[in-house]
Design a protein around this ligand. Structure first.
Ligand SMILES: Nc1ncnc2c1ncn2[C@@H]1O[C@H](COP(=O)(O)OP(=O)(O)OP(=O)(O)O)[C@@H](O)[C@H]1O
Length: 308
């Protein structure tokens, strides 16, 4: 499909609203699939439509937290060029602002891009530009583990171990396949640990515990049918065992979006969860984190995200 220039597609871009809009695009040049050409194309299309656009690149991990936290008030849209880890950083910066934060938007680079799939976001710069100009907003409901906000999930057990076990060089080279290889290696090694879950005062034991704000998981797969990042509330999804055959079945059911049909899976609404256990590994939004028994809850702040 040929992409129309944005200005032509919209007819009259020189409206007052367009002239007063200020957009900051911040991209992570180390994200999987980063392409300067796509970034420049997005900026050029937005400028052609009369919007004020500034483009910056991050220089280190953590940059985006600070950039989002200290954005000047005239910026009404922050576009993240990156994957879920970069968006997570931006979200953590935005929720720490005392005043109403700008709208968030995404130019998807990255390996798994779960948020982009969850929101059905376009990947082509021309289409993204049109979406930004139209500016349809949806609520972005977040979770938090202790003081750290997350946009998709916090989890412990086998999937935490996979995130910890992914070889970063391989991840850059072969993308999502690096996760599959780490998962196969760990499943066969059989080194899983019990995860103790305390959910709203009830204690249980499982091998994988995922507290999710989102429907999508690990890319286009679906972990639950009962929520989405645009809906409030958290779901707790647990899997009782992590033997290789169970994990294989779980992967198939995730792909079909019917994990809840697998024996040993619990999928329930939850308000407050603590995860603990000897030797467990944890992840948040696809990034490895140190083990934390801090409460996992819905975040009190709700952001706005630009959607198709
Ligand atoms: N300039 C930078 N140099 C090194 N690391 C960075 C830089 N900018 C951001 N980061 C870190 O890179 C991490 C991963 O980035 P990002 O999520 O954008 O890409 P990805 O890992 O390829 O994608 P996904 O999260 O969708 O799998 C982020 O958590 C962030 O902390």
């Amino acid at each position: 499909m040929t992409e129309l220039p944005v200005a032509a597609a919209l007819g009259r871009p020189e409206t007052v609203a367009a002239q007063t809009r200020e957009i900051l695009i911040v991209a992570n040049p180390t994200a999987g699939g980063f392409r300067a050409r796509r970034l420049n194309r997005l900026a050029a299309d937005l400028r052609a439509a009369g919007l004020g656009v500034e483009v910056r690149l991050t220089t280190r991990a953590g940059d985006l937290v600070e950039i989002a936290r200290t954005l000047p008030p005239e910026i009404d849209t922050l576009v993240i060029g990156g994957g879920d880890g970069s968006i997570n950083e931006a979200v953590n910066g935005l929720v720490s602002r005392p005043h109403r934060p700008p709208a968030l938007a995404v130019l998807p680079f990255g390996t798994a891009n779960v948020l982009a799939r969850e929101l059905n976001l376009p990947f082509r710069p021309g289409t993204i530009a049109r979406m930004l100009i139209r500016r349809r907003l949806a609520p972005l409901h977040l979770g938090q583990i202790g003081l750290r906000a997350f946009l998709l999930m916090a989890s412990a057990g086998f999937d935490g171990a996979v995130v910890h076990g992914v070889d970063p060089v391989l991840k850059r080279r072969i993308g999502p396949l690096a996760y599959a290889l780490a998962a196969i290696r760990l499943a066969l090694a059989g080194t899983g640990r019990d995860v103790i879950v305390n959910a709203d005062g009830e204690t249980s034991v499982c091998r994988i515990a995922v507290v999710t704000t989102a429907r999508c998981y690990g890319g286009p797969m679906s972990i639950t049918r009962h929520t989405s990042v645009t809906d409030p509330g958290l779901r707790l999804v647990t899997l009782a065992d992590d033997r290789p055959m169970t994990l294989l079945k779980a992967a198939v059911m995730l792909g079909l979006g019917r994990l809840d049909r697998l024996k040993g899976v619990v999928d329930r609404a939850v308000a407050r969860v603590r995860l603990s256990g000897e030797g467990i590994l944890m992840q948040v939004d696809g990034d490895a984190i140190p083990v934390s028994e801090a409460p996992i809850e819905a975040h009190p702040r709700v952001l706005s995200v630009i959607v198709p």
